[in-house]
Write a protein that binds this ligand. Structure first.
Ligand code: G3P
Length: 496
């Protein structure tokens, strides 16, 4: 059970502690932040409301720990990461329980998130050992005009203190996708988990603690965004921010200053369906891509663009599948579970009502109880509707019927987002041309968008992000190149 057994030391009474200098501590603020269970809408857990002074102390110890860690051999870093991965997987049940209670993730998906996170850590350890041990050797005579008087050796050195801010929807997986690359590359980590999902993240951090990482190398600070949010992201001790989330990312990037940023801020991933597509495959991907975890994935299908001639057939097949989705509590492993907060549910409802008022066709009856919204496929959506452009982050999926492929591509490219997209067709040449024309970080051919496999590059264009993620790219992003140039005395220097 969460907060018991090996996890007993991370909680005091009914309030979870924060993690600093290798210890679990209460905040001197004496305050805490409640975490509301999206299903019961009652307080499920409480976490510490840390102060700015505590953030300052964390930054100091993080900097000190990083200096020593940077000298730790790669194989030793990898060994500890493998250990953390094994401990995490061993304790998948209590961590998954937190995900069910805090973010209403369906029970089986919650376990999958933890196991996937362990795999991600192990892969990162192995990838880091290989790639970080490699540098470059360059000679000057390959540049016109120079003789061979200079030799350059490059290596990869850590950035320093990495601030990791994952989102509520994958508070474990999208935390370790930042933590593991940072650590293998010789950095220290300050983790600020999302409020919903914080307790799962604290359990995950304890697995790193049990693995035996040095004190101060990993810290986890919880609290109110209004008190420590800007203070963390603008802190002079931070050398890089890796953020996944919503609009807050724009304000972070405006304030962060001259440090590397890795950001993923959501999307409006569109699915373009051509006439020759396998319609059963299309329907299966639309439903899985649009409705898994109730549409609360940045890579969820958020818009379907179907050629008019096949639209009726696709809508019929999708509706048949939507009718089979189970709706209810995450403990019962339902397909559709309550969305994360009441304000999210209200926002989704606002998009639905706007579409209704402007004439969209509701394929199912709109139904909501508390934070639980029944799956809804909206046909005949038009560009003047908000849902044609905005990201619901809920189980509500709009369809726009298109007359040409160009119309579909034009709509996608007019969006501020550019995370992923997908195209369904049997004509591979056409699919590649569409991929080339779409201004998105990734285009999937004949499959719904997805971040995984976790070692694939993952990047957003336009307002969807900065930088590229995925295991290898994240490791590369969390180092800087250091050159040492050996200069020979002069071209005329002789060996005799
Ligand atoms: O919403 C975050 C995004 O990374 C989802 O990941 O693997 O479900 O596509 P995935």
């Amino acid at each position: 059970m969460a907060g018991t057994g090996v996890f007993a030391e991370i909680v005091d009474g009914d309030v979870y502690l924060y993690y600093t200098e290798g210890e679990w501590k209460p905040s001197s603020s004496g305050k805490n932040v409640p975490i509301i269970n999206p299903t019961t809408m009652k307080t499920q857990y409480k976490v510490q409301a840390c102060s700015q002074e505590e953030v300052n102390k964390i930054m100091e110890s993080s900097k000190t720990a990083q200096k020593l860690w940077a000298k730790t051999p790669l194989w030793k870093r990898a060994e500890l990461l493998h250990k953390a991965a094994a401990i995490l997987k061993e304790h998948k049940a209590p961590i998954a329980e937190c995900l069910v209670k805090e973010i209403a993730k369906p029970a089986k998906d919650a376990v999958t998130e933890v196991v996937r996170s362990g795999d991600l850590i192990s892969y990162t350890a192995e990838e880091g050992v290989r790639t970080l041990g490699q540098g470059k050797f360059l000679v000057s005579d390959s540049f016109p005009g120079n003789e061979r008087t200079k030799y350059c050796l490059t290596s990869k050195v850590p950035l320093g203190v990495i601030l990791a801010i994952p989102p509520f929807n994958y508070p474990v997986n999208l935390a370790v996708s930042k933590i593991a690359p940072a650590l293998i590359a010789g950095n220290s980590i300050v983790l600020k988990p999302p409020t919903q999902g914080a307790v799962a993240a604290l359990h995950m951090v304890h697995c790193f603690h049990l693995a035996g990482f040095p004190k101060g190398l990993i810290s986890c600070v919880t609290g109110k965004g209004s008190v420590i949010g800007d203070f963390l992201t603008m802190h002079p001790g931070v050398n890089c921010i890796s953020f996944t989330g919503g609009d807050t990312g724009v304000s972070i990037s405006n304030k962060a200053g001259m440090i590397p940023l890795q950001m993923e801020l959501g999307g409006k991933d569109a699915c373009i369906v051509l006439e020759d597509a396998d319609l059963d495959l299309v329907a299966a991907n639309i439903v899985k891509g649009g409705f898994s975890y109730s549409g609360q994935r940045c890579t969820a299908v958020k818009l379907v663009l179907i050629m008019e001639s096949i639209a009726d057939a696709v809508v019929k097949k999708v509706n048949a599948k939507v009718a089979k989705l189970t709706v209810g509590p995450p403990e019962d492993d339902c397909d559709i579970t309550p969305v994360v907060t009441e304000s999210s549910a209200n926002f989704i409802e606002g998009l639905v009502m706007d579409a209704k008022q402007k004439g969209a066709t509701f394929c199912q009856e709109y139904k909501r109880e508390g934070n639980l919204i029944w799956p809804l496929f909206l046909d005949n959506v038009r560009p003047e509707m908000r849902i044609a452009w905005e990201e619901p982050f809920g189980p509500v999926l709009p369809v726009i019927r298109i007359k040409s492929v160009e119309e579909g591509i034009h709509h996608c490219n007019a969006s501020n987002f550019g995370l992923q997209g997908c195209v369904f067709t049997k004509d591979i040449a056409k699919a590649i041309m569409i991929s080339d024309a779409m201004e998105s970080g990734t285009i999937q051919i004949n499959s719904a968008p997805a971040r995984g496999p976790d070692h694939f590059p993952f990047q957003g264009f336009k307002d969807s992000g900065i930088g590229s993620q995925g295991i290898t790219n994240s490791i590369e992003m969390m180092v800087k190149v250091k050159s040492t140039v050996i200069n020979l005395p002069s071209p005329s220097y002789t060996m005799g």
